[in-house]
Write a new protein. Structure first.
Length: 253
């Protein structure tokens, strides 16, 4: 390295410190600016106990409580309740890209066993052990036809997980027809509404790979199952679904 030329890592660290001052990281549950006492560098002390109480432990979802018919398995970091539910809805309704990043980091820690960053502003470190094994690539669940344009929560979570796990992200899954919003339908209609509603773009690099399918919330399992079916038809070798939260009845916990 020539004299006077800044080291790349030192320059990156300096830029991150500047960015932290201009855009301080905030607790995704309440929006409070995070200090050095942030739990896992991601949650303020006031919200950390609530998040702990909502952890989906173990993260793997039991097939008996969801209607999975194509995925090889699924896991969620949290239950879709309380403060976690409000944080996800805030991201979906108002964007909140900073909160989406923090929720993705929490998912990496809870599901894949990534090590938390030492403090706010860092990125979790995945060492390849301690949680579920990742696949070869990440594919986010796509939006419905007619959905408002712009980045969505599954896209943001997928990109951040790609950074943490060191995996490529392919947005090659597409809806093939218009579908009704799932939240308005009972289970049987949810399954019918989504089935055969997606396709993988021909020539996608996801073909032949083990895919991590990313959604924000898994409820019945109809959406991730329909997406997994399309991935398998497009040549994927394996599909495991991941979400920030799972919508399950409290009695089933």
């Amino acid at each position: 390295m020539s004299a006077g030329r800044p080291d790349r890592a030192a320059l990156l660290a300096r830029l991150q410190r500047i960015a932290a001052l201009a855009y301080p990281r905030r607790c995704p549950l309440c929006g409070e600016v995070l200090g050095p006492d942030a739990a896992a560098g991601l949650l303020c002390p006031g919200c950390a106990p609530a998040a702990k109480a909502l952890e989906h432990t173990p993260p793997r979802l039991p097939a008996t409580e969801h209607s999975f018919y194509a995925v090889d398995g699924a896991a969620s970091a949290y239950y879709y309740q309380g403060e976690i539910r409000h944080a996800i809805l805030r991201c979906k309704m108002h964007g909140s890209p900073w909160a989406a990043r923090e929720l993705a980091d929490l998912t990496a820690i809870q599901v894949f066993g990534a090590q938390p960053a030492p403090g706010p502003g860092g990125i979790p470190v995945y060492a390849g052990a301690g949680g579920l094994l990742p696949g070869d690539c990440i594919v986010p669940v796509p939006p419905r036809l007619g959905a408002p344009p712009g980045p969505r929560l599954p896209d943001r979570v997928a990109r951040r997980l790609g950074q943490i796990l060191g995996l490529p992200v392919y947005g090659d899954l597409r809806p093939t027809r218009r579908m009704l919003p799932q939240k308005s339908l009972p289970l049987a209609q949810r399954l019918q509404n989504q089935k055969d509603g997606y396709a993988l773009r021909p020539g996608s690099e996801a073909a032949g790979r083990r895919v991590i399918l990313v959604d924000d919330v898994i409820t019945s399992g109809a959406t991730v199952s329909a997406c997994a079916l399309a991935l398998f038809r497009g040549g994927a070798a394996d599909v495991f679904a991941i979400s920030i939260a799972a919508d399950e009845e409290p009695a089933k916990r």
